[in-house]
Design a protein around this ligand. Structure first.
Ligand SMILES: [Mn+2]
Length: 329
């Protein structure tokens, strides 16, 4: 048994008929892989499942079966009453689930399964393991506790989540356990090459050009040892408004610059809404800065959303960066 909570969660699932699952705002491979694998396991148990998300699913994940059926909903108006249970995965706050801090949790019973160390434990059962590199890896361990068989579809979704959240096994925290689980998933039929091809080698030309702009506008703060780039809405729109361009660009260019501790990319994704990704180069904990501006995440990678006029929001983020950079957290 990996986790005592596994059984408690299974008991709640057995009691429920209609179960709701989520993908968090700005969905990534881990949240989509988690939701789709859980959906498959629960459907095989005879449950009726719906997956909801406040944002569009990125096209590079459409190779995952069922990804196009994930419903984009407005959490303000969505009717939760038809569901017996809401399993929330890979989301550290309810704001990350609903895409707004202003929206209250529904009355439906919530189970939280996550790996963010900033998770607020907002469910009635919370299984949070912040030592695990991805929620998909955590689910592998839960499914093991449940003694369920993983088919090829489940294996593919879980490996996609693991590869996405570890940057193809690059990030700190990846060790024997993650690699052994990845090996098991490949044995179960997950196609590593297909996953890599879809996630890392299927980039829109316009997005590449957007990254060119991001790099051109990148600045280095030599005193506080970080790089940053702030992209206004006009440029984001000019280059096609690709919803995953910021996250992917953050992974590629912001944790790699010599003589820095971290990098920050800020993109105005809608008028006066600044979406921010922080990436650490080595041991620096960027989740502290993200929390300072109302976000959260992990030590090597974190994010936030600041609603303010573009230049004011950028200034707010930069001053938080300088505050923590000088503290040497
Ligand atoms: Mn994750």
């Amino acid at each position: 048994m990996n986790y005592p909570e596994s059984q408690l969660i299974l008991e709640e699932i057995k009691k429920a008929n209609k179960i709701l699952l989520n993908c968090h705002r700005g969905p990534d491979s881990d949240t989509v892989g988690s939701a789709l694998s859980m959906a498959e396991i629960l459907r095989n148990m005879g449950k009726e499942i719906e997956i909801i998300c406040p944002s569009n699913i990125p096209e590079d994940l459409f190779f995952l079966e069922g990804s196009k059926d994930i419903k984009k909903v407005d959490f303000k108006t969505f009717d939760f009453s038809a569901f017996d249970l809401f399993i929330v995965m890979d989301s550290s706050t309810y704001g990350m689930v609903a895409n707004s801090k202003e929206i209250d949790k529904p009355n439906t019973k919530i189970i939280v399964i996550d790996h963010h160390h900033t998770n607020e434990g907002f469910g009635s059962i919370n299984l949070i393991d912040s030592k695990i590199t991805s929620t998909s890896e955590l689910l592998y361990k839960i499914f093991f506790d449940w003694s369920v068989t993983l088919n090829q579809k489940v294996a593919t979704c879980l490996l996609t989540g693991i590869i996405g959240d570890t940057g193809a096994f690059q990030y700190g925290g990846v060790g024997k356990s993650t690699l052994l689980i990845a090996g098991e998933l490949i044995d179960l039929g997950a196609d590593k090459d297909e996953i890599i091809y879809n996630i890392y080698r299927s980039i829109n030309f316009k997005t590449i050009k957007f990254w060119g702009k991001v790099i051109e506008m990148m600045q280095i703060d030599e005193k506080s040892h970080f790089v940053w780039s702030a992209i206004p809405l006009s440029i984001y729109e000019e280059y096609g408004k690709d919803s995953s361009a910021k996250e992917d660009g953050a992974n590629l260019f912001f944790p790699v610059v010599k003589n820095t501790d971290f990098g920050v990319i800020m993109v105005e994704t809608d008028k006066d809404i600044l979406s921010i990704s922080f990436r650490s180069r080595k041991d620096f904990d960027v989740s502290k800065i993200a929390e300072e501006v109302g976000g959260g995440g992990h030590k090597p990678a974190a994010g936030a959303k600041v609603e303010n006029r573009f230049d004011e929001a950028v200034e707010k983020v930069l001053s938080a960066c300088r505050k923590y950079a000088n503290k040497k957290v």
